[in-house]
Design a protein around this ligand. Structure first.
Ligand code: ADP
Ligand code: MG
Length: 271
């Protein structure tokens, strides 16, 4: 579905991505993790063609991304990023409709089919009652939902999300991840929260200093050793009853206290 080989991207003398390889199969939900400034957003921008790599190849559904027209790309891949919000002075429905427009010609009018699809998307994202409201008047969580609705309206096989759950309450984080998971889309998402990434992603890529330093299922990749190497913090990795990983970051000075307290609360589990 997506094949990236040896992509290098730099600005002046600064290397931001060095020889990045990346591969996604149809239907996968792939997470991109890594510390702040490791190059995740820059990598995704190369993937949705806002930036152009100095070296390497990218292909989307078997076709060369770099020679593909923007229109062709928009029919394959939709993007949800945070920074664009400032540009909107439109109603919720209008913003979502923009996603629909992206896959068509500028002068093509909205069809009945378009409008039906938009109605359905608004419902699925629980935005129907806000359809007429101005984007600027929404809360942060509502704005995020509109941005994901806009990406879904584009009706592409691939979704690219750059930290889609930032600034959301936990309820809305889960709601958004569920929503994305329940589409048929192949998803690539930079995710800040490792617990969220572990719970929802089929596979993870980890980036550090512009290099892909690891790849695997959450269970394969997210070990204490690995987290220490990539994030430079001590982490405790446990497994919940549902099989999902639970990752904790004990504050360095408090490790001993927190362990004692855990024993007190659940003494029978202290093996
Ligand atoms: P992440 O999304 O993982 O937090 P970014 O891709 O945003 O990381 O940034 C990676 C690094 O590249 C950062 O150190 C950032 O300062 C740098 N960077 C990004 N864009 C530019 C640019 N246009 N010019 C110079 N440095 C940049
Ligand atoms: Mg980023």
């Amino acid at each position: 579905m997506i094949e990236v080989k040896q992509v290098r991207y730099g600005v002046r003398k600064r290397e931001i991505l060095r020889s990045v390889d990346f591969h996604v199969e149809k239907g996968e939900f792939v997470g991109l993790i890594g510390p702040n400034g490791s190059g995740k957003s820059t990598f995704l921008k190369n993937l949705y063609k806002v930036l152009r790599p100095q070296e390497g190849t990218l292909s989307l559904m078997g076709e060369d991304l770099l020679t593909m027209s923007n229109r062709e790309m928009a029919q394959r891949l939709a993007v949800m990023v945070q920074e664009q919000e400032a540009a909107f002075d439109f109603t919720v429905e209008e913003v979502v409709m923009m996603g629909r427009q992206a896959r068509k010609g500028l002068l093509e009018a909205d069809s009945r089919e378009d409008r039906a699809w938009i109605r359905q998307i608004l419902e699925r994202t629980q935005l129907s009652s806000l359809a007429e409201q101005g984007f600027f008047t929404l809360s942060g969580g509502e704005k995020q939902r509109v941005l994901i609705a806009r990406a879904l309206a584009q009706q592409t096989p691939i979704l690219v999300l750059d930290e889609p759950t930032n600034h959301l309450d936990i309820k809305y984080q889960l709601q958004l991840m569920e929503l994305v998971r329940n589409t048929d889309c192949t998803v690539i998402a930079a995710i800040h929260d490792l617990n969220l990434a572990a719970a929802y992603c089929d596979r993870l890529y980890a980036m550090k200093d512009g290099i892909m330093v690891g790849e695997g299922t959450p269970e394969e990749l997210l070990t204490s050793e690995f987290l220490l190497r990539v994030y430079e913090v001590e982490a405790e990795v446990l497994k919940g009853e549902d099989g999902t990983l639970r990752i904790f970051f004990p504050a360095p000075g408090k490790k001993r206290t927190s362990r004692k307290r855990a024993v007190k609360v659940a003494p029978e589990e202290d093996g």
